[in-house]
Ligand binder design. Structure first.
Ligand code: GLU
Length: 333
């Protein structure tokens, strides 16, 4: 595959090049949906259509691209961990947040309890369940679910996000492992709120119903260093966003984060509902700055790591073709 646009074309990809790239990525990704499987450990999630796939791109200069299933609502699941971390950084600050949860990739499954009990009292990072539960415990005494929902709507630029009651009930009924993590953290005297209150808020945040477009919204806020480019509202300070992007990069894709970092190289977070949120330095530059790009994808057929199989393939194509890998230092020629 070529890695640059043809000679004689503009230095940066045109809108048409970008649109072609996304269309190709969609077609490539779609081929893979049949090789994945929808999550069923939360029974309600098994109802998703394994063939569904959609990509939504939102660019800081107002452009957007929508292909496939971008209006379908599904639950945000682990991508809410990014929002929980953002709220903790914003209201409790960097030091306080990271005195309760570490910032190391764990190399274990998202719901693992192993290292938490044997190697460390603090969860490894805010993107695994233990770390997210711990982060939620930092917020559970100060914010109601309605307030957290309000933050999620702002961060995703989507006022229509609601709680998916069916998924929430399904997860709450079957989420014994997460409940165990909450109590284990309490037994170690590190959990910062009541374990039942904490786990209930954690389940509710996982059960927010979003679209690929809402995830593109979250992606663009993060890519744009915390400012909503459409109304100029600053949601969180740029230094905190740099931290969030770093943690998404190192820990956002379960125990595929390392390989995804090499192959795609864009700060991203996936969820078992089939969502993927990517915060990219866009391929174009305006007034000397990259134009930020948020990409939201939805494909509920998951690979062995729990990532949306079609979405990962599509992001590989997009990042390669548009040179969006954060460590790609070559200029367009
Ligand atoms: N609610 C899910 C759980 O805690 C989130 C998992 C995920 O998306 O990684 O099991």
């Amino acid at each position: 595959m070529h890695s640059t646009f043809e000679r004689g074309r503009p230095m940066y990809p045109s809108k048409e090049d970008i649109k072609t790239t996304f269309t190709e990525a969609y077609e490539n990704g779609l081929e893979f949906t049949k090789d994945g499987a929808v999550a069923d450990y939360i029974p309600e999630l098994s109802k998703a259509d394994p063939n569904a796939f959609g990509i939504y791109m939102m660019s800081g200069d107002g452009d957007s691209i929508s292909i496939g299933d971008t209006e379908t609502r599904f639950t945000i699941q682990s991508i809410s961990k990014v929002i929980n971390l953002a709220i903790s950084l914003k209201y409790r600050g960097f030091r306080d947040t990271f005195s309760h949860v570490m910032m190391e990739p764990s190399g274990d499954a998202f719901n693992s309890i192993l290292k938490l009990d044997t190697r460390s009292n603090l969860p490894f990072n805010p993107m695994i369940n233990a770390g997210a539960i711990q982060t939620v415990s930092l917020l559970a005494d100060d914010f109601s679910f309605e307030e957290m929902l309000g933050f999620a709507r702002d961060f995703c630029i989507d006022p229509d996000i609601t709680l998916d009651e069916d998924v929430y009930r399904s997860e709450s009924k079957t989420g014994d492992r997460n409940r165990a993590i909450s109590y284990l953290l309490k037994s170690k005297d590190v959990l910062q709120s009541d374990p039942e209150r904490t786990i209930d808020l954690y389940f509710k945040m996982c059960s927010l119903s979003v679209t690929a477009k809402s995830l593109a919204g979250l992606g663009i806020i993060i890519a744009n260093s915390g400012m909503n480019p459409f109304n100029g509202k600053h949601l969180i300070a740029p230094d905190y966003v740099r931290t969030i992007r770093s943690i998404m990069f190192t820990c956002g894709m379960y125990d595929f984060s390392g390989e995804y970092g090499v192959r795609v190289g864009v700060p991203s977070k996936s969820g078992v509902g089939g969502g993927l949120c990517c915060a990219a330095k866009g391929p174009n530059v305006k007034e000397g700055h990259p134009v930020p790009m948020g990409i939201g994808l939805y494909g509920p057929a998951l690979d062995q790591f729990g990532n949306s199989i079609a979405s990962v393939k599509a992001m590989e194509h997009i990042s390669h073709r548009l040179r969006m890998h954060v460590f790609d230092y070559r200029p367009f020629d």
